[in-house]
Design a protein around this ligand. Structure first.
Ligand SMILES: CC(C)(COP(=O)(O)OP(=O)(O)OC[C@H]1O[C@@H](n2cnc3c(N)ncnc32)[C@H](O)[C@@H]1OP(=O)(O)O)[C@@H](O)C(=O)NCCC(=O)NCCS
Length: 202
C-alpha cells in the first residue's frame, strides 16, 4: 500500500515540476515584451513591479521567489526608476531588489538567498517631523543609487543599502549590512560592513 503512495507522490511531483517549467517558459516569453530588456530567465517570482524599467542581461538567472520592484510612483510622488542587471549574473532565491532611483548590478555577479538591495526608504530618517506619519505613508526617499560591480559575490542575507557602490570582484560575507562603499577586490563583512581583508596583491 505504501508503495502506491510513493508512486502517486512521485507522479504528482513530476507533473507539478513539468507544469511549473511550462509556465516558466510561457512567462519568460511574455517578459520579453514587458521588460525594458529581458535576455535572461526569471523562475517563478514573488512580485514584479515596473517591469518596463528593468533590464536583465544575457544568461542571467533570477531564481525563485524574487521580488523586483521599480517604483515610478508612490503615494502621489513620481520617480524615474531603473534596475539594470548585467550578463551571466545569478540572483538567489527570495532576494528583494527595490528601486525608485537606480540599481545597477554588473556582469557575473552571484548572490546568495534572501539578499536585500534597496535605494530607498520610507521617509528621510533625518527628518524628525516625519515620525508622526505612518511609515507606509511617508514620502519615499532615496539617499542615492546602488552600483554593484562585475564578479561580485554577495553572501546569504546581505543587505545593500542606498547610495552604496561595491567594486568589481568584492566578496560580501553572509549577513553583512553594506551602508558605505566597498572597494574592488576585498572581503567585507559585518554590521555595518567593513573591509576584513584585501584579496589581491597590489
Ligand atoms: C566571506 C566568506 C567567504 C569568508 O570565508 P573564509 O575565507 O573561510 O573566511 P576566513 O576564515 O578567512 O575569514 C576571514 C575573517 O572574516 C571573518 N568572517 C568570515 N565570514 C564572516 C561573516 N559572514 N561576517 C563577519 N565576519 C566574517 C572571519 O571571522 C575572519 O575573521 P578573523 O580573521 O578575525 O578570524 C564566508 O565566511 C561567507 O560569508 N561566505 C558566504 C556564503 C554564502 O552566503 N553562500 C551563499 C551561496 S551563494
Amino acid at each position: 500500500m505504501g508503495k502506491i503512495f510513493v508512486i502517486i507522490y512521485k507522479l504528482m511531483h513530476g507533473f507539478h515540476k513539468c507544469m511549473k517549467l511550462m509556465c516558466q517558459v510561457i512567462m519568460n516569453f511574455l517578459y520579453r515584451f514587458l521588460f525594458k530588456k529581458m535576455e535572461g530567465v526569471i523562475e517563478d517570482p514573488r512580485q514584479l513591479l515596473g517591469c518596463e524599467y528593468i533590464s536583465i542581461g544575457k544568461n542571467t538567472k533570477i531564481h525563485e521567489g524574487v521580488i523586483l520592484t521599480a517604483w515610478d510612483g508612490y503615494e502621489g510622488q513620481q520617480f524615474s526608476p531603473s534596475i539594470v542587471i548585467g550578463e551571466n549574473t545569478n540572483i538567489g532565491e527570495n532576494c528583494h531588489i527595490t528601486a525608485c532611483d537606480r540599481i545597477e548590478i554588473g556582469n557575473g555577479v552571484l548572490t546568495g538567498r534572501y539578499v536585500y538591495i534597496s535605494d530607498n526608504s520610507h521617509g528621510n530618517p533625518a527628518h524628525g517631523e516625519e515620525l508622526d506619519i505612518r511609515p507606509s505613508q511617508r514620502p519615499l526617499y532615496s539617499k542615492g543609487p546602488v552600483f554593484i560591480g562585475d564578479n561580485v559575490w554577495i553572501g546569504e542575507r546581505v543587505c545593500v543599502m542606498a547610495g552604496v557602490k561595491i567594486g568589481d570582484g568584492a566578496i560580501i560575507a553572509a549577513n553583512a549590512v553594506v551602508t558605505h562603499d566597498i572597494p574592488a577586490g576585498v572581503l567585507a563583512g559585518g554590521v555595518p560592513a567593513k573591509v576584513i581583508k584585501m584579496l589581491r596583491d597590489e
